[in-house]
Design a protein around this ligand. Sequence first.
Ligand SMILES: Cc1cc2nc3c(=O)[nH]c(=O)nc-3n(C[C@H](O)[C@H](O)[C@H](O)COP(=O)(O)O)c2cc1C
Length: 173
Amino acid sequence: MELFEAIKGRRSIRKFKEKVPEDELIEKIVEAGIWAPSAGDLQSWDAVIVKDHQTKLQIAVAAYVQEFIAKAPIVIVMCANKANAGARYGERGRELYCIQDAACATQNMMLAAYALGLGAAWIGAFKEEEIVELLDLPAYVRPVALIPIGYPDEKPETPPRRSVKEALHREKY
Ligand SMILES: Cc1cc2nc3c(=O)[nH]c(=O)nc-3n(C[C@H](O)[C@H](O)[C@H](O)COP(=O)(O)O)c2cc1C
């Protein structure tokens, strides 16, 4: 798939077919995350894959009852590893780099899912403490995004984007 087609054609998918994506596809998606840039190449993030229906239901509840999350065949919980980045970069590593690492990996994974014919969404609205408890995350691992993944069962409209002129400041803000 051509890169700009992937960047522009990817959409957030919130309705999935029942078919569970094959493990090889999920591994390819995680591998795409691993190839994202990261601070010091430390790759300070971890992914937890959830297929268990009960756990997915509880994740959906923690995400302010976004019910479609529970209906996705797979949910990947993307986590920032504060200890990993913090060991080299101190507070900036713990509070910023590990979150940026996880975000870069997440976007790579969303693009890879699209290129492989799957659909995904980036879910940021959730109660962190509930996800921590549910998945037994250690104190140094912070959940930063939920990614429900499956075969898409919708074709969303293309949402609007602002112009380059609006986003880009030249020389000074
Ligand atoms: C940080 C972040 C948090 C988001 N949180 C949610 C969310 O909680 N629920 C949801 O349905 N979509 C969420 N989204 C997806 C956005 O709504 C979506 O990316 C945006 O509307 C643009 O649509 P597109 O992804 O199809 O281009 C989030 C996206 C990002 C990057």
